[in-house]
Write a protein that binds this ligand. Structure first.
Ligand SMILES: Nc1ncnc2c1ncn2[C@@H]1O[C@H](COP(=O)(O)OP(=O)(O)O)[C@@H](O)[C@H]1O
Ligand SMILES: [Mg+2]
Length: 433
């Protein structure tokens, strides 16, 4: 289910709205429009959907329109044209009073600067949103204490903001957004002012909280590592336009434009790539019913310390080590020679979570969710994956129809966020041995 639907959103700052919108409709871009009529294009014809319960990161260089887009979602910034649906509510059609009520009920916001009120305690700050909604004091305190506990600030509720570190103040800001129990959290560079270590803790905690509370979160960041740590889809923006949407591993493997390619150039590929992308699908696979002599004939021309074994349905059966095969009698079956406890890895597992096993085991099996063998990962496959440069954008067929310049919607080629979320919460290894 889509939580937020953006349809043709444009935002023009300054004068000449009509001319600028007209020029956008003719396919003109930010720079051309500035040159021809002087209007500042904040957002240019943006359409995409945010799925309920996902954590989506808006990324891009400074000035690319991330904050403007985020603020359009609850109309803190009025879009010049386009439509925004939240659930079945057309936010763009709400009158002033309904808008205020809807915004308070539906959206929580967290900014880079904590914006805590200095002369109020943490408890009173966290309960502030509820106070504005006239929630009775007892219920307010209960909800605020719950949120304070969720973000790990229990024991600090009676302190004042200046008595807390930056990281703790940001936790209080997050607690304030959570206390109001809004379904959607809008977070603008919320962790950018924090020290790197604290920032990483906060990213991990937000990810855990999101899983637990199932909020829809739209997070603005200019830091790709942060987007990867948060674990959801990425929307890459440039000059007020969306240039690509996808899971980090898709964006890294197949950047849609040169700009995206440059953006992802320095990313830690092992943290982004998935086992299923790295597995060698052409490695020989032995059937458990083969005899040792048949198996030797089969792999005679191959090097390697071990081979993967799967049945006729490609169900992973185990691993056969070269030394075991060498010492076997000719009539022994492969099934009787399997190494014990050779677990497979799920295709969705991150490469960095598998590296240690590749190093110690030589060849690790990768299976799909049904337990079918996809292929194996050996050291050479890891080296190849980490050394590879992404496909050249022009040769990538996945992201945009030929000739299309602007992103016009979610490609059916992208796996759904829900399945990706589910997969990444699961354990990376599946015991099959
Ligand atoms: N209130 C404003 N008035 C005029 N121009 C603005 C205003 N807010 C943003 N802009 C312009 O819109 C563009 C996008 O800005 P913004 O959304 O803040 O980018 P980001 O958050 O990605 O850094 C920039 O060119 C910026 O100068
Ligand atoms: Mg911004």
């Amino acid at each position: 289910m889509s939580r937020i639907v953006l349809e043709g959103i444009s935002k023009i700052f300054g004068h000449k709205h009509v001319e600028a919108v007209d020029l956008i409709r003719q396919g003109k871009r930010k720079a051309e429009i500035a040159a021809s009529c002087g209007a500042v294009v904040g957002l240019c014809d943006i359409s995409f959907e945010i799925v309920e319960g996902e954590i989506l990161t808006l990324m891009g260089l400074s000035g690319s329109g991330k904050s403007t887009l985020l603020r359009c979602m609850n109309r803190l910034v009025e879009p010049t044209c386009g439509r925004i649906l939240v659930g079945d509510v057309d936010v763009t059609r709400l009158g002033r009073k309904d808008l205020l009520a809807f915004r308070q009920k539906t959206f929580g916001m967290v900014f880079q600067h904590f914006a805590l009120l200095p002369n109020r305690t943490i408890l009173s700050n966290v309960g502030f949103g509820l106070e504005l909604k006239n929630v009775p004091a007892a219920r307010r305190t209960e909800a605020a204490m719950q949120a304070i506990e969720l973000v790990g600030l229990k024991g600090w509720e009676a302190k004042y903001p200046h008595e807390l570190s930056g990281g703790m103040q940001q936790r209080a800001g997050l607690a304030r957004a959570l206390a109001a129990d809004a379904e959607i959290l809008l977070m603008d560079e919320a962790f950018s002012a924090l020290d790197p270590l604290i920032r990483r803790d906060m990213q991990a905690e937000l990810r855990d909280l999101q899983r637990k509370l199932k909020k829809t979160i739209v997070f603005v960041s200019h830091d790709l590592d942060e987007a990867v740590a948060l674990g959801g889809r990425i929307v890459l923006m440039k000059d007020g336009e969306v240039v690509q949407i996808g899971q980090p591993e898709e964006v890294v493997a197949r950047p849609a434009t040169e700009y995206v390619a440059r953006f992802v150039e320095h990313i830690d590929r092992a943290a982004v790539m998935r086992a299923g992308q790295v597995a060698d699908r052409s490695a020989p696979v032995l059937a458990p019913t083969l005899t040792a002599s048949e198996a030797r004939a089969r792999i005679a021309a191959e090097g390697g310390d071990a081979w993967l074994v799967a049945d006729a349905d490609r169900r992973f059966a185990g691993r056969l080590r070269a030394d075991r095969l060498a010492g076997a009698r000719p009539g022994d079956t492969v099934a009787s020679l399997l190494e014990s406890g050779a677990d497979a890895v799920a295709a969705e597992a991150r490469l960095d979570a598998v590296l240690a096993r590749v190093a110690t085991e030589g060849c690790v099996a990768v299976v799909d969710p049904d337990g079918r063998l996809i292929g194996g990962i050996a050291s050479r496959d890891v080296v190849r994956a980490l050394a590879a440069r992404p496909d050249h954008p022009e040769t990538s067929s996945l992201h945009k129809p030929a000739g299309a310049e602007r992103w016009t919607g979610t490609s059916p080629n992208f796996p759904s966020t829900r399945s990706a979320t589910k997969a990444s919460t699961g354990s990376p290894t599946m015991a099959l041995g």
